[in-house]
Design a protein around this ligand. Sequence first.
Ligand code: ZN
Length: 241
Amino acid sequence: MPGPLKTEAVVLRSMRYGEADRILHLYTPRHGRLGAIAKGVRRSRSRFGARLEPFFRIRAVLHDGRGDLLTVTSVDTIATNGALREQAATLDAAARACDAVGRLFETTEAHPEVFTLLANELALLNADALHARPANGLAFRMKLLLAAGIVPHLAACAACGDSEHLRGFSAAAGGVVCNSCEAAAFPLDEESYQFLVGVLGRPLADPPDASDRALRQAERAIAETAEHHAHVRLRPLLRAA
Ligand SMILES: [Zn+2]
């Protein structure tokens, strides 16, 4: 790209490199996911080393460097999201959110809505640990699938178009399926179905209530959709619980 790039970004990952450098994965509104190197930032006198931790929302100036990595030349902090690091649940949820964005949106294609969604998710996790619940994590992922253009078809059977007896979910078919089309599907309870529909229609901060069983089915639907349509394996949210 010509000239320096001034952009907002969320730090997805920050890895030590060599003696004093860091390699960063940044998610930006207009340039998608970018790789960058910040030189000398692990020296104690570095001007911006402490601003390049994961989950920081920053304003950065990036220059063309060698190869694929841009070079970070200045950084201002917009939000540190420091409070979310104080609890394991919010830290873990933030790591999974950044990981899902990095996997589903790994190119420099512009998805400003994904940037906003991620920035909102981190701000919610920073504000209140309630937002680290699995229902919230699944709501975030459904909205990511929507932004990626692979949200499952929920209004009618994805195979035959029937609007009744929607009892299964098939990632291969592209969404919910009716009981005559459910050969390759897994069973989807009414409650799980309502959850998937509900999270798309509601704010990120306010997903519908659902039982553990429904959340597990919803997670399976989301995971299989990401795997089938984006060839991305998302880290499990509920499997270990
Ligand atoms: Zn059908």
